[in-house]
Write a protein that binds this ligand. Structure first.
Ligand code: COA
Length: 253
Protein backbone atom coordinates (compact mmCIF):
# COMPACT_ATOMS: atom_id res chain seq x y z
CA UNK A 1 0.00 0.00 0.00
CA UNK A 2 1.29 3.48 -0.82
CA UNK A 3 -0.35 6.84 -0.48
CA UNK A 4 1.52 7.94 -3.60
CA UNK A 5 -0.87 6.18 -5.96
CA UNK A 6 -4.56 6.94 -5.58
CA UNK A 7 -7.16 4.74 -7.18
CA UNK A 8 -10.91 4.99 -7.56
CA UNK A 9 -13.60 3.61 -9.82
CA UNK A 10 -16.70 5.42 -11.00
CA UNK A 11 -18.95 5.20 -14.03
CA UNK A 12 -17.00 2.19 -15.42
CA UNK A 13 -13.73 4.11 -15.41
CA UNK A 14 -10.86 3.03 -13.13
CA UNK A 15 -8.83 6.08 -12.28
CA UNK A 16 -5.18 5.91 -11.23
CA UNK A 17 -3.52 9.07 -9.97
CA UNK A 18 0.24 9.32 -9.43
CA UNK A 19 0.62 11.50 -6.36
CA UNK A 20 4.07 12.19 -4.92
CA UNK A 21 4.22 15.94 -5.34
CA UNK A 22 7.35 16.58 -3.24
CA UNK A 23 9.41 14.44 -5.66
CA UNK A 24 7.73 15.47 -8.91
CA UNK A 25 5.81 12.18 -8.85
CA UNK A 26 9.03 10.13 -9.22
CA UNK A 27 8.07 6.46 -9.26
CA UNK A 28 9.26 4.04 -6.57
CA UNK A 29 8.95 0.26 -6.54
CA UNK A 30 5.93 0.52 -4.27
CA UNK A 31 4.27 2.94 -6.66
CA UNK A 32 4.87 0.70 -9.70
CA UNK A 33 3.43 -2.23 -7.75
CA UNK A 34 0.37 -0.20 -6.79
CA UNK A 35 -0.12 0.83 -10.41
CA UNK A 36 0.35 -2.74 -11.68
CA UNK A 37 -2.17 -4.01 -9.12
CA UNK A 38 -4.64 -1.29 -10.09
CA UNK A 39 -4.28 -2.13 -13.78
CA UNK A 40 -4.72 -5.83 -12.97
CA UNK A 41 -7.87 -5.19 -10.92
CA UNK A 42 -9.32 -2.93 -13.62
CA UNK A 43 -8.58 -5.37 -16.43
CA UNK A 44 -10.21 -8.20 -14.47
CA UNK A 45 -13.28 -6.27 -13.29
CA UNK A 46 -16.27 -6.64 -15.62
CA UNK A 47 -17.67 -3.36 -14.24
CA UNK A 48 -14.62 -1.44 -15.52
CA UNK A 49 -14.30 -0.55 -19.20
CA UNK A 50 -11.52 2.05 -19.33
CA UNK A 51 -8.39 2.86 -17.33
CA UNK A 52 -7.61 6.55 -16.80
CA UNK A 53 -4.09 7.42 -15.74
CA UNK A 54 -2.95 10.87 -14.66
CA UNK A 55 -0.93 12.97 -12.27
CA UNK A 56 -1.81 16.56 -11.49
CA UNK A 57 -2.19 19.27 -14.16
CA UNK A 58 1.21 20.63 -13.04
CA UNK A 59 3.04 17.30 -12.99
CA UNK A 60 2.67 13.87 -14.58
CA UNK A 61 5.84 12.09 -13.43
CA UNK A 62 9.59 12.69 -13.40
CA UNK A 63 10.04 9.00 -14.17
CA UNK A 64 11.80 6.35 -12.16
CA UNK A 65 13.11 7.46 -8.79
CA UNK A 66 16.78 8.10 -9.50
CA UNK A 67 17.78 7.12 -5.96
CA UNK A 68 16.29 3.68 -6.66
CA UNK A 69 18.24 3.52 -9.94
CA UNK A 70 21.45 4.40 -8.09
CA UNK A 71 20.80 1.64 -5.57
CA UNK A 72 19.95 -0.82 -8.38
CA UNK A 73 23.28 0.00 -10.05
CA UNK A 74 24.98 -1.48 -7.02
CA UNK A 75 23.24 -4.81 -7.65
CA UNK A 76 24.21 -5.68 -11.25
CA UNK A 77 21.69 -7.53 -13.36
CA UNK A 78 18.71 -5.80 -11.80
CA UNK A 79 16.13 -4.83 -14.38
CA UNK A 80 14.39 -8.10 -15.10
CA UNK A 81 11.69 -8.83 -12.54
CA UNK A 82 11.67 -5.36 -11.00
CA UNK A 83 8.42 -3.54 -10.17
CA UNK A 84 9.10 -1.19 -13.13
CA UNK A 85 9.46 -4.07 -15.57
CA UNK A 86 6.30 -5.66 -14.15
CA UNK A 87 4.40 -2.40 -14.66
CA UNK A 88 5.65 -2.11 -18.24
CA UNK A 89 4.48 -5.67 -18.90
CA UNK A 90 1.09 -4.85 -17.42
CA UNK A 91 0.56 -1.69 -19.50
CA UNK A 92 1.83 -3.49 -22.62
CA UNK A 93 -0.76 -6.25 -22.23
CA UNK A 94 -3.70 -4.29 -20.77
CA UNK A 95 -6.87 -5.41 -22.53
CA UNK A 96 -8.94 -2.36 -21.68
CA UNK A 97 -8.25 1.01 -23.29
CA UNK A 98 -5.96 3.35 -21.39
CA UNK A 99 -6.50 7.12 -21.41
CA UNK A 100 -3.74 9.39 -20.05
CA UNK A 101 -3.63 13.08 -19.12
CA UNK A 102 -0.22 14.73 -19.04
CA UNK A 103 0.62 18.12 -17.58
CA UNK A 104 4.10 19.24 -16.51
CA UNK A 105 7.00 16.82 -16.63
CA UNK A 106 6.74 13.39 -18.23
CA UNK A 107 10.30 12.06 -18.02
CA UNK A 108 11.65 8.65 -18.97
CA UNK A 109 8.98 6.03 -18.34
CA UNK A 110 6.63 9.03 -17.94
CA UNK A 111 6.85 9.41 -21.72
CA UNK A 112 7.40 5.79 -22.76
CA UNK A 113 4.31 4.51 -20.91
CA UNK A 114 2.24 6.84 -23.10
CA UNK A 115 3.24 4.88 -26.20
CA UNK A 116 1.06 2.03 -24.89
CA UNK A 117 -2.03 4.19 -24.27
CA UNK A 118 -4.94 4.64 -26.66
CA UNK A 119 -5.78 8.30 -25.93
CA UNK A 120 -3.25 10.79 -24.58
CA UNK A 121 -4.13 14.39 -23.71
CA UNK A 122 -1.47 16.95 -22.85
CA UNK A 123 -1.54 20.46 -21.44
CA UNK A 124 0.60 23.19 -23.00
CA UNK A 125 2.87 23.04 -19.94
CA UNK A 126 3.73 19.39 -20.64
CA UNK A 127 7.43 18.68 -20.93
CA UNK A 128 8.32 15.26 -22.32
CA UNK A 129 11.79 13.77 -22.19
CA UNK A 130 13.47 10.41 -22.71
CA UNK A 131 16.97 11.08 -21.35
CA UNK A 132 18.14 7.46 -21.38
CA UNK A 133 21.26 8.05 -23.48
CA UNK A 134 22.35 11.23 -21.64
CA UNK A 135 22.00 9.22 -18.42
CA UNK A 136 24.21 6.44 -19.82
CA UNK A 137 21.24 4.05 -19.87
CA UNK A 138 19.27 2.55 -22.79
CA UNK A 139 15.73 3.08 -24.11
CA UNK A 140 12.98 1.30 -22.20
CA UNK A 141 9.24 0.80 -22.27
CA UNK A 142 9.32 -0.42 -25.88
CA UNK A 143 10.32 3.07 -27.00
CA UNK A 144 13.10 1.76 -29.25
CA UNK A 145 10.45 -0.04 -31.30
CA UNK A 146 7.29 2.04 -30.78
CA UNK A 147 8.70 5.55 -31.13
CA UNK A 148 10.01 5.18 -34.70
CA UNK A 149 6.64 3.61 -35.60
CA UNK A 150 4.69 6.49 -34.08
CA UNK A 151 6.95 9.48 -34.71
CA UNK A 152 9.09 8.43 -37.69
CA UNK A 153 12.74 7.43 -37.65
CA UNK A 154 14.49 10.83 -37.50
CA UNK A 155 12.21 12.24 -34.84
CA UNK A 156 12.59 9.08 -32.76
CA UNK A 157 16.37 9.17 -33.20
CA UNK A 158 16.49 12.81 -32.09
CA UNK A 159 14.28 12.19 -29.05
CA UNK A 160 16.11 9.04 -27.98
CA UNK A 161 19.70 10.02 -28.79
CA UNK A 162 19.78 13.63 -27.65
CA UNK A 163 17.18 12.98 -24.96
CA UNK A 164 16.20 16.64 -24.73
CA UNK A 165 12.89 17.89 -23.32
CA UNK A 166 10.15 18.81 -25.80
CA UNK A 167 6.75 20.40 -25.46
CA UNK A 168 3.14 19.44 -26.09
CA UNK A 169 3.00 20.75 -29.66
CA UNK A 170 6.03 18.72 -30.69
CA UNK A 171 4.56 15.65 -28.98
CA UNK A 172 1.31 16.27 -30.88
CA UNK A 173 3.14 16.58 -34.21
CA UNK A 174 5.08 13.40 -33.38
CA UNK A 175 1.86 11.47 -32.73
CA UNK A 176 2.65 10.85 -29.07
CA UNK A 177 -0.41 12.80 -27.91
CA UNK A 178 -3.89 13.04 -29.41
CA UNK A 179 -4.75 16.58 -28.38
CA UNK A 180 -3.42 19.58 -26.49
CA UNK A 181 -5.90 20.85 -23.89
CA UNK A 182 -5.67 23.90 -21.60
CA UNK A 183 -4.19 23.02 -18.22
CA UNK A 184 -7.31 23.93 -16.25
CA UNK A 185 -9.44 21.57 -18.37
CA UNK A 186 -6.90 18.78 -18.86
CA UNK A 187 -8.13 16.22 -16.33
CA UNK A 188 -11.84 16.85 -16.97
CA UNK A 189 -11.35 16.68 -20.75
CA UNK A 190 -9.41 13.41 -20.55
CA UNK A 191 -11.97 11.98 -18.10
CA UNK A 192 -14.76 12.87 -20.53
CA UNK A 193 -12.92 10.95 -23.26
CA UNK A 194 -12.57 7.98 -20.91
CA UNK A 195 -16.30 8.14 -20.16
CA UNK A 196 -17.09 8.32 -23.88
CA UNK A 197 -15.09 5.15 -24.55
CA UNK A 198 -16.70 3.51 -21.50
CA UNK A 199 -20.14 4.16 -23.01
CA UNK A 200 -19.29 2.16 -26.15
CA UNK A 201 -19.96 -1.54 -26.70
CA UNK A 202 -17.17 -3.17 -24.66
CA UNK A 203 -16.71 -6.13 -26.98
CA UNK A 204 -16.27 -3.81 -30.00
CA UNK A 205 -13.76 -1.77 -28.02
CA UNK A 206 -11.89 -4.85 -26.86
CA UNK A 207 -11.50 -6.38 -30.30
CA UNK A 208 -10.49 -3.04 -31.84
CA UNK A 209 -7.70 -2.52 -29.31
CA UNK A 210 -6.54 -6.09 -29.75
CA UNK A 211 -6.42 -5.76 -33.54
CA UNK A 212 -4.60 -2.42 -33.36
CA UNK A 213 -1.85 -3.96 -31.24
CA UNK A 214 -1.68 -7.48 -32.68
CA UNK A 215 0.59 -6.81 -35.69
CA UNK A 216 3.52 -5.85 -33.46
CA UNK A 217 2.64 -7.53 -30.15
CA UNK A 218 5.20 -10.33 -30.48
CA UNK A 219 8.02 -8.05 -31.62
CA UNK A 220 7.22 -5.63 -28.79
CA UNK A 221 7.31 -8.35 -26.15
CA UNK A 222 10.68 -9.50 -27.45
CA UNK A 223 12.15 -6.00 -27.66
CA UNK A 224 10.92 -5.01 -24.22
CA UNK A 225 12.52 -8.10 -22.72
CA UNK A 226 15.81 -7.11 -24.37
CA UNK A 227 15.46 -3.48 -23.32
CA UNK A 228 14.85 -4.47 -19.69
CA UNK A 229 17.87 -6.78 -19.63
CA UNK A 230 20.21 -4.22 -21.20
CA UNK A 231 18.80 -1.36 -19.12
CA UNK A 232 19.50 -3.37 -15.96
CA UNK A 233 23.08 -3.90 -17.10
CA UNK A 234 23.55 -0.22 -17.99
CA UNK A 235 22.43 0.85 -14.51
CA UNK A 236 25.74 -0.32 -13.11
CA UNK A 237 27.83 1.31 -15.88
CA UNK A 238 30.22 4.06 -14.74
CA UNK A 239 28.47 6.58 -17.06
CA UNK A 240 25.06 5.93 -15.54
CA UNK A 241 26.31 6.06 -11.97
CA UNK A 242 28.12 9.34 -12.66
CA UNK A 243 25.08 10.92 -14.39
CA UNK A 244 22.73 10.02 -11.56
CA UNK A 245 25.17 11.07 -8.85
CA UNK A 246 25.50 14.41 -10.70
CA UNK A 247 21.72 14.89 -10.50
CA UNK A 248 21.71 14.58 -6.73
CA UNK A 249 24.95 16.61 -6.37
CA UNK A 250 23.27 19.43 -8.34
CA UNK A 251 20.51 19.43 -5.74
CA UNK A 252 22.97 19.94 -2.91
CA UNK A 253 25.09 22.58 -4.69
N1 COA B 1 13.99 10.67 -8.82
C1 COA B 1 14.18 11.07 -7.55
N2 COA B 1 13.94 12.33 -7.13
C2 COA B 1 13.49 13.19 -8.04
C3 COA B 1 13.27 12.85 -9.38
C4 COA B 1 13.54 11.52 -9.77
N3 COA B 1 13.33 11.07 -11.00
N4 COA B 1 12.81 13.93 -10.04
C5 COA B 1 12.74 14.93 -9.15
N5 COA B 1 13.14 14.49 -7.94
C6 COA B 1 13.17 15.24 -6.69
C7 COA B 1 14.34 16.19 -6.63
O1 COA B 1 15.52 15.52 -6.18
C8 COA B 1 13.81 17.23 -5.66
O2 COA B 1 13.91 16.67 -4.37
P1 COA B 1 14.42 17.59 -3.13
O3 COA B 1 13.39 18.70 -3.04
O4 COA B 1 14.41 16.66 -1.98
O5 COA B 1 15.78 18.09 -3.53
C9 COA B 1 12.32 17.29 -6.01
O6 COA B 1 12.02 16.06 -6.64
C10 COA B 1 11.95 18.41 -6.95
O7 COA B 1 12.73 18.29 -8.12
P2 COA B 1 13.53 19.51 -8.79
O8 COA B 1 14.62 18.94 -9.63
O9 COA B 1 13.91 20.49 -7.74
O10 COA B 1 12.39 20.13 -9.71
P3 COA B 1 12.60 20.93 -11.07
O11 COA B 1 11.24 21.48 -11.38
O12 COA B 1 13.76 21.85 -10.97
O13 COA B 1 12.97 19.81 -12.16
C11 COA B 1 12.78 17.73 -13.30
C12 COA B 1 12.06 18.78 -12.44
C13 COA B 1 11.82 16.54 -13.45
C14 COA B 1 13.11 18.31 -14.69
C15 COA B 1 14.09 17.29 -12.61
O14 COA B 1 13.79 16.99 -11.25
C16 COA B 1 14.71 16.09 -13.22
O15 COA B 1 15.36 16.17 -14.26
N6 COA B 1 14.54 14.91 -12.58
C17 COA B 1 15.17 13.69 -13.01
C18 COA B 1 14.36 13.06 -14.11
C19 COA B 1 14.97 11.78 -14.60
O16 COA B 1 16.10 11.75 -15.04
N7 COA B 1 14.19 10.66 -14.52
C20 COA B 1 14.64 9.35 -14.88
C21 COA B 1 14.60 9.17 -16.35
S1 COA B 1 15.18 7.58 -16.85
Amino acid sequence: MTENVRTSTADRVAEIEIHRPDKKNALTGEMYDAMSDAFGRADGDPEVRVIFLHGQPACFTSGNDLADFLAAGEAPGRGVGTPASRFLGVIRTAKKPVVAAVGGVAVGIGTTMLLHCELVYAAPNARFQMPFVPLGLAPEGGSSLLLPMVAGYQRAAEMLLLGRPFGAEKALAAGIVNEVVPEDRLIAHARDAALAVAALAPESVRITKEWLKRPYAGALEERMAEEIRVFGERLSSPEAKAAMAAFFARKKA
